[in-house]
Design a protein around this ligand. Structure first.
Ligand SMILES: Nc1ncnc2c1ncn2[C@@H]1O[C@H](COP(=O)(O)OP(=O)(O)OP(=O)(O)O)[C@@H](O)[C@H]1O
Length: 974
C-alpha cells in the first residue's frame, strides 16, 4: 500500500483512503486530481478488495482512459486493471447497450451515427424538406434537447405554434425516423437509451461496488442521471473536479452538477486539494486574478509549490501576421537562449478558435519549426479508410442511408447527383430506405420521375451485387474473420488500388498503405479481444446478449471505430520534438513548460458568439494554468480582416504596471533559466552554455524580445532597413525584405531556419560581456555599413559595430536591470508568493453555500462602456472588480456516511473537509454535452501527410484489439 500512497501529499492521501461513501475531491488546476483519482482506484482494488469488474471509472476522453489504465497497471500490477469497466461515458453506455439493449428493444447489432453522420442526415433532410434552419444549428438544437432528456414525444408535445418551433419539431421527427430506419444510435442516444435501460433494469448494474468520475465539472444532465443509476447498488461514488475549469457549458455541461450531487447525497464529503504542483507562483497569481473576477465562486487561493518564476507576458503586436511572426521569433529565442533547457516539445500554442492556427502554422512551417496538432485527423477518418468502412457499414446495415450515400457513386459508377436525388425522393415518399428503393427501382417495382439511364442502372446493379455478395459471405464467415475478409472482398471487387492510383496520383501509395493498415487491424480482431473490452460481469436477473455470429462481430467492430478517437500513429520520436498546437478545449488536463495564448482580444476570448462570459473566462484560466514556467498571451492590436482596432480581452488588465505581467518576453539570464529548470525539475544549463547561446543567434535574431516594440506599433526602422543599410542586404529595403521572404518561404521540413539571404553573417563572434537588455520602445541605433565581419542585429550592442559619430545621434537605450551584470536576475516582486492570509481557505458563499441553492449568479460590475466595440452585443465587465466580502462558510461538522461497521476515523490533514447536509431534491434534466470528439477542423499539414498525430505512443485501443500503432509507423517509415 505504501507504494500506492508514496508521492501523495496529506490531502491527497486522505482522499485516496477516505471511507466516505460519496466523495468529492475539488481542487484547482495542477493539484493532482487525476493522480489522486487513479491512486484511489488502485487503493480500492488492491487494498479494499474491490473486484475490478465491479468498479466503473469514467474519464472525459479515451486518451485519459488509456493513460489511467497504464498508470493503474504500474500501481496494481497483474491484469486487475484490464477487468475494470473504464472508459468515457459514451463507451461505457455502448457496452451496456450491446450487452443488455435487447431488453429495451435495441438489437445488439445497432450502429453508431457519429457527428458527421448526424449532420449528413440533417443536410439530406434539408434538401428534401427545404427548411430554413442551418443544418449545424438544427443538429446542435436536437442534441441539446436530447441532452435534457427529451425524446421525440416530449418535443412534439411541447411544440409551440410558431413557424420555427413547428419546423424544428418536423426536423427532429424526420431525423429520429432516419436514425431508426438505419438502425443507428447517435452519441446522445447512447447515453439516453442507457438511462432508459438502467431505469427499467437496475439489475444490470447490481454488481457495481464503486463508481469514479474524472472532470466531473463538465458532466451534463444525462451523465448526472447516469451517475445515479450506475451507482444504484451501493451509492459509492468518488468524483474529482474543479468548478473553475468548467468549459463545456456550450455542450450543455452543468457546472451545477457539483451542488446537485451534494444535495442528492446529503452525506457527501468534500475534500479540497490546495497545492499546485504544476505552475510557478507568477503564473498562478495572474490566473488567480483572472478567475477571481467571477464573484460568484468560493474564495480559494492557488498555492504554488514552486518558486516565483518569471512574470507572464502580455505582448502587443500590430496585427495577426506580425503576431505569428513574433511568436516564431520568440520560440526561436527561448529555445536558443535557454541553453538547451527548453525545447520545441516544451511549447504549446493554445487557441480559442481552431481557425487561429492558420497564420501560426504557416509561420512555423515557413521557419521550419516542427509542430503537431492535438485533435488532428483520425486514422479512421482518412478518405480511403472511411470509404472502405462505409462499404462495410452498408453490408452490415444496408438501411444505413448515410453510409449508402457515401458509396453510391464512389468509385464512380455513373450514378449522377440527379439520379441520387430522384432515388432519395422516391424512397422518401414510399417511406422506405434508400437501399430498398434502389432494389425496387432495379426490379421495376418502383418508378422514378425520370427513367434511369442505362449506365446508371448498370452502376447501381454492380453496387447492389457487391453488397449482397458481402452479406452472403458474412453468413459463411467465422465471426472473427468477418471484418478482414469483407475488406478484402470490397477492395478486390472495386480494384481499390487501381482506383487510388487513378484518383490520387500524388499520394496513392500512402493511401494504399493506410488501407493495408486497416486490413491488418481488421485481421487482428479476435472474438476474445473484441468482446473482452466490452465484457460486463454476469448479473442475476438480466440476461446478456451473446455475440453469436459474424454479423454481431462486424457490428461491434464498426461501433468501436465510431467511438474511437484514436489519432493517426506517427513516429513517436519525431513527435517528441514538436511544438503542440491545440484548442484550449482540447488542452484540458494537459500541461507544458511554456504556453502561448494568442489573440486575447474581445470577440476572440470572450468569443463574440459565446453566451456565457464566465465560461469564456474559465477557458482563459484553463489555458493559463496549463503553463508550468512561462506564459505568454498575445494581443494583435489591429485585425487585418476588419482593419478595426481590437480591444484587449476584458479578462486581462490593460495596465501592465503591476507585479503580474510584463509587456515583453523575459531576458533569459541565468536566474530566469535557473528558475525554469527548477520548476521543471531539470538540470540548469551551465553559465558557459548560456553565454554560448548568444552566439547561436542568427543575424536577424535578438537575444531580447525587442524586435517588435512593446507597445504594439510596427517594427521600428532598425528592422525596416533603410536604403543606406549595409551592403549585405543588397543595400535596399526591398532586398532586405526579399531576404526575409526567403527566410520564411523555404525549408518547410527542417527544424531550424537558415537565413538564406544573409550571405556574410558571422556566427563566430567572440563571447563578449553580454549587453543590457534594451527596452523595445527605445529607438534602435542604425547599423553601420561594414564590408566585413558584419554582426548580427541581435548582438549589435555587444559588438559595438556602429560608428562613433552615430553614437551621438542615438538616444540611449533605456536599460533594464543592473548595469553590472547581464546575467543578474531582474527585479522580482517583493511580496511573498502565497500571502499568509490565504494559506488556508474555506468555501464561501456561492457554489458551495448551503444558502445558495438557486445558483443564480450575479453579473459582474459593468465597466465603462466607452470602449465597447461598436455594434457588439457583448457587455464588457470591469476587470478585477473587487469582490464583495464572501459569506463565511458556516462550518457544518463533517459527517462521514457509514460504510463499514464502525465509524471511520476522521482524517487528520490540513485541508478543508465539509459535509453538506441538504434536503434531498432531484432537479430535472436540463441539458448535456453531446459530442465527445474534439477535432480541429483543418486538413492535416502537408508535412505530416500521410503521417499522423498522436500524443502518446503507448499501446492503443483500436477496433477492439489492443495493439501498438507504432508498428504501422515503423512500416510506413521503412
Ligand atoms: N503530491 C505530488 N507531488 C508531486 N507532484 C505532484 C503531486 N500531485 C500531483 N503532482 C503533479 O502535478 C501535475 C498535475 O497533476 P494532475 O494532472 O493530476 O493535476 P489535475 O489536478 O488533474 O490538473 P488539471 O485540473 O489541470 O487537469 C502532474 O505533473 C503530477 O504528476
Amino acid at each position: 500500500m505504501e507504494a500506492m500512497l508514496r508521492g501523495l501529499n496529506a490531502a491527497q492521501r486522505a482522499a485516496v483512503t477516505s471511507k466516505a461513501s460519496v466523495l468529492q475531491v475539488l481542487a484547482p488546476p495542477g493539484s493532482g486530481k487525476t493522480k489522486t483519482l487513479t491512486s484511489r482506484v488502485a487503493y480500492l482494488l488492491a487494498h479494499e478488495g474491490y473486484r475490478p469488474q465491479n468498479v466503473i471509472c469514467c474519464t472525459f476522453t479515451i486518451k485519459a482512459a488509456r493513460e489511467m489504465r497504464e498508470r493503474l497497471r504500474g500501481l496494481v500490477g497483474g491484469d486487475l486493471e484490464s477487468k475494470l469497466i473504464l472508459g468515457t461515458f459514451h463507451s461505457i453506455c455502448r457496452r451496456y447497450l450491446v450487452t443488455y439493449g435487447h431488453l429495451i428493444g435495441i438489437p445488439n447489432s445497432f450502429g453508431i451515427a457519429d457527428s458527421d453522420d448526424s449532420l449528413g442526415i440533417i443536410k439530406r433532410l434539408q434538401k428534401k424538406l427545404k427548411f430554413g434552419m442551418e443544418p449545424r444549428v438544427a443538429r446542435n438544437k436536437i442534441s441539446h434537447r436530447k441532452a435534457r432528456g427529451q425524446r421525440l414525444s416530449d418535443v412534439l408535445k411541447a411544440t409551440g405554434k410558431s413557424v420555427d418551433a413547428q419546423e424544428f419539431a418536423m426536423i427532429f421527427e424526420e431525423y429520429e425516423t432516419a436514425l431508426a430506419t438505419s438502425n443507428l444510435l447517435d452519441y446522445d442516444d447512447l447515453l439516453l437509451r442507457c438511462v432508459e435501460l438502467l431505469r427499467k433494469y437496475p439489475q444490470c448494474v447490481s454488481n457495481i461496488e464503486a463508481l469514479l468520475i474524472d472532470e466531473f465539472q463538465d458532466t451534463n444532465n444525462v451523465q448526472f442521471e447516469l451517475m445515479k443509476l450506475l451507482a444504484t447498488a451501493q451509492a459509492r461514488i468518488t468524483i474529482v473536479g474543479d468548478p473553475d475549469q468548467s468549459i463545456y457549458g456550450f455542450r450543455s455541461a452543468e457546472i451545477e452538477n457539483l451542488t446537485r450531487m451534494q444535495e442528492y447525497y446529503p452525506g457527501t464529503v468534500v475534500i479540497n486539494l490546495e497545492e499546485n504542483y504544476r505552475s510557478s507562483s507568477a503564473v498562478l497569481n495572474l490566473a488567480q486574478d483572472v478567475i477571481e473576477q467571477d464573484e460568484d465562486r468560493p474564495n480559494k487561493r492557488l498555492k504554488s509549490t514552486h518558486c516565483y518564476g518569471t512574470l507572464p507576458v502580455l505582448r502587443r503586436l500590430p496585427n495577426p501576421h506580425e503576431e505569428a511572426a513574433w511568436l516564431v521569433s520568440e520560440v526561436k529565442r527561448m529555445t536558443k537562449m535557454s541553453g538547451g533547457c527548453l525545447e520545441f516539445a516544451d511549447i504549446a500554442i493554445l487557441l480559442r478558435s481552431a481557425f487561429l492556427s492558420l497564420l501560426i502554422e504557416k509561420a512555423l512551417a515557413n521557419a521550419g519549426i516542427p509542430y503537431k496538432m492535438v485533435g488532428g485527423r483520425r486514422f479512421f477518418d482518412r478518405v480511403e479508410v472511411r470509404l472502405l468502412l462505409d462499404y462495410l457499414r452498408v453490408i452490415s446495415h444496408p438501411d444505413n442511408n448515410s453510409a449508402l450515400l457515401s458509396i453510391i457513386n464512389t468509385p464512380t459508377r455513373k450514378v449522377g447527383d440527379g439520379t441520387v436525388a430522384e432515388l432519395n425522393r422516391a424512397a422518401g415518399s414510399a417511406k422506405v430506405s434508400l437501399w430498398t428503393a434502389i432494389q425496387k427501382v432495379l426490379k421495376g417495382e418502383m418508378g422514378l420521375e425520370k427513367k434511369l439511364s442505362k449506365p446508371a442502372e448498370q452502376g447501381l446493379g454492380e453496387l447492389v451485387s457487391l453488397i449482397k455478395k458481402g452479406q452472403e459471405k458474412l453468413k459463411t464467415l467465422e465471426p472473427a474473420q468477418a471484418p478482414g475478409k469483407l475488406i478484402e472482398l470490397v477492395a478486390s471487387t472495386l480494384r481499390f488500388q487501381d482506383y487510388l492510383k487513378r484518383q490520387y496520383k500524388e499520394d496513392w501509395e500512402d493511401r494504399w498503405e493506410n488501407v493495408q493498415e486497416l486490413l491488418l487491424q481488421a485481421r487482428d480482431v479476435t472474438l476474445e479481444t473484441l468482446t473482452a473490452e466490452d465484457q460486463l460481469p454476469e448479473v442475476e436477473g438480466a440476461e446478456q446478449a451473446k455475440v453469436a455470429g459474424a454479423q454481431e462481430v462486424l457490428a461491434r467492430f464498426l461501433a468501436n471505430v465510431a467511438l474511437s478517437t484514436e489519432l493517426e500513429a506517427e513516429d513517436e520520436n519525431e513527435l517528441k520534438s514538436r511544438i503542440t498546437i491545440s484548442t484550449i478545449h482540447s488542452a484540458k488536463g494537459l500541461e507544458w513548460p511554456v504556453v502561448f495564448v494568442p489573440a486575447v482580444y474581445e470577440g476572440s476570448i470572450p468569443h463574440s458568439r459565446a453566451e456565457d462570459t464566465s465560461e469564456e473566462r474559465r477557458l482563459l484560466y484553463v489555458a493559463m494554468t496549463r503553463a508550468k514556467a512561462l506564459l505568454y498571451m498575445t494581443f494583435p492590436i489591429a485585425q487585418s480582416r476588419s482593419e478595426s482596432e481590437s480591444i484587449l480581452t476584458q479578462f486581462l488588465p490593460s495596465n501592465i504596471e503591476q507585479n503580474r505581467l510584463k509587456d515583453v518576453g523575459p531576458a533569459f539570464n541565468d536566474q530566469t533559466v535557473q528558475d525554469i529548470a527548477t520548476i521543471l525539475g531539470r538540470a540548469a544549463p551551465s553559465q558557459e552554455a548560456l553565454a554560448q547561446a548568444v552566439t547561436s543567434l542568427s543575424d536577424n535574431e535578438s537575444q531580447f524580445d525587442d524586435i517588435w516594440p512593446a507597445d504594439g506599433s510596427p517594427k521600428g526602422p532598425f528592422y525596416e532597413i533603410e536604403t543606406d543599410m549595409p551592403s549585405y542586404y543588397g543595400g535596399s529595403a526591398q532586398s532586405f525584405v526579399d531576404a526575409m521572404k526567403i527566410n520564411t518561404t523555404f525549408q518547410q521540413t527542417s527544424n531550424f531556419s537558415t537565413v538564406a539571404g544573409f550571405t556574410t553573417a558571422s556566427h563566430q563572434m567572440s563571447i563578449m560581456p553580454p549587453p543590457q537588455e534594451p527596452t523595445p520602445q527605445a529607438p534602435k541605433p542604425k547599423l553601420a555599413k561594414s564590408s566585413s565581419g558584419q554582426g548580427s542585429l541581435a548582438t549589435f550592442f555587444s559588438k559595438g559595430t556602429f560608428k562613433e559619430d552615430q553614437k551621438e545621434n542615438i538616444p540611449a537605450p533605456k536599460l533594464v536591470g543592473s548595469s553590472s551584470s547581464f546575467f543578474s536576475a531582474p527585479a522580482k516582486p517583493t511580496q511573498p508568493s502565497i500571502p499568509v492570509e490565504l494559506s488556508s481557505h474555506r468555501p464561501g458563499a456561492g457554489m458551495f453555500s448551503k444558502t445558495n441553492t438557486t445558483m443564480k449568479r450575479p453579473r459582474p460590475v459593468l465597466a465603462e462602456t466607452s470602449n465597447i466595440e461598436q455594434g457588439s452585443n457583448k457587455r464588457p465587465y470591469t476587470c478585477f472588480s473587487s469582490s464583495p466580502t464572501k459569506e463565511a462558510f458556516d462550518g457544518a461538522e463533517p459527517t462521514v456516511k457509514k460504510l463499514v461497521n464502525e465509524e471511520p476515523p476522521q482524517p487528520k490533514y490540513n485541508t478543508t473537509m465539509s459535509t453538506l447536509q441538504q434536503s434531498k431534491s432531484e432537479p430535472g434534466y436540463s441539458s448535456f454535452r453531446s459530442g465527445m470528439l474534439n477535432t480541429l477542423s483543418r486538413p492535416a499539414p502537408l508535412s505530416s501527410m500521410p503521417g499522423s498525430v498522436s500524443t502518446n505512443g503507448a499501446m492503443k485501443k483500436t477496433l477492439g484489439v489492443r495493439r501498438s500503432m507504432n508498428g504501422w509507423a515503423d512500416r510506413k517509415n521503412k
